[in-house]
Design a binder for this molecule. Structure first.
Ligand SMILES: Cc1cc2nc3c(=O)[nH]c(=O)nc-3n(C[C@H](O)[C@H](O)[C@H](O)COP(=O)(O)O)c2cc1C
Length: 247
């Protein structure tokens, strides 16, 4: 619970770090990062995933940041796998930030050929990390460049849950989410895109992670159900992703 609260508090100050000390973190710190893998909670327990530590040389591609370390998540290809990967990796993003380690999501870069699958699981996305050479925390929520709450939801009276979702990071800061009321649950939608559906689903998984951590902080349980977009009507340019209900 203590740990969850630290992650929750970090939602309101984290930021992407793109300036790193090139030297690797010490063994003890890296062991601490790896031991966190066992504590990660999936959004969809039926999807098998694996986390791997990688070096700068293991990773290539556009918008890569020059970090000494990278985390890669691999997953079974199933409905909800991108939401699930976003949900899981965001726990690492917050964990690193809470511990003074800089991190930056990496949607552009990929592991080099030969490192793109693990045990029959496919590579999904990367998070760069290392010793920061810039500030890693914001001083206040006003420093976040984000849409207003009214632009991302028509739900009234649940700001305590939706404000943390609003602050979530997303590829190109697109904030590809919308939230509607689903009979007491929050229905989450991702912005449909010809080129970026996967990234947008990862983004919605990240925002749902923030709602889920908030429910833990409020000492409530949260049930998350994921359905194929065909199970619910879409919302304007958005497709249905998942629902989260506090119990
Ligand atoms: C799925 C995803 C992919 C991203 N890909 C990149 C990337 O390839 N390169 C990069 O520099 N930043 C990347 N970012 C970081 C975003 O640009 C950043 O989160 C966003 O601008 C909000 O800023 P903040 O994280 O400082 O709050 C990515 C973020 C997410 C969530």
């Amino acid at each position: 619970m203590m740990e969850n609260n630290r992650l929750y508090q970090t939602i309101f100050k984290r930021k992407s770090v793109r300036n790193f000390d090139p030297s690797p973190l010490d063994r003890e710190t890296l062991d601490g990062v790896a031991s966190q893998f066992n504590k990660l909670v999936p959004m969809v327990p039926g999807i098998r995933t694996e986390m791997r530590l990688m070096t700068n040389q293991d990773v290539r591609g556009m918008f890569k940041v020059d970090a000494p370390h990278f985390l890669a998540i691999f997953s079974e290809e199933k409905d909800g796998c991108f939401l699930n990967a976003g949900f899981i990796m965001q726990q690492m993003d917050l964990f690193l930030s809470a511990n003074g380690i800089g991190s930056c999501w990496q949607g552009g870069p990929k592991p080099t050929k030969g490192l793109r699958s693990v045990d029959g699981l496919e590579f999904v996305v990367l998070l760069a990390f290392g010793k920061p050479k810039e500030k890693i925390h914001r001083e206040s929520v006003s420093e976040f460049k984000r849409k207003q709450l009214a632009e991302i939801t028509d739900i009234k009276g649940k700001d305590d849950l939706l404000e943390p979702a609003r602050l979530a990071p997303s590829g190109m800061n697109a904030q590809p989410w919308f939230f509607t009321d689903g009979n007491g649950a929050i229905n989450a939608y991702y912005h449909k895109s010809i080129i970026g559906d996967h990234m947008n689903q990862i983004g919605v998984g990240i925002s749902l992670c923030h709602i889920w951590l908030t429910s833990r902080h409020l000492m409530r349980n949260a049930e998350i159900s994921v359905g194929p977009s065909s199970t619910r009507e879409g919302h304007r340019r958005y497709a249905y992703a998942a629902s989260i209900k506090l119990t």
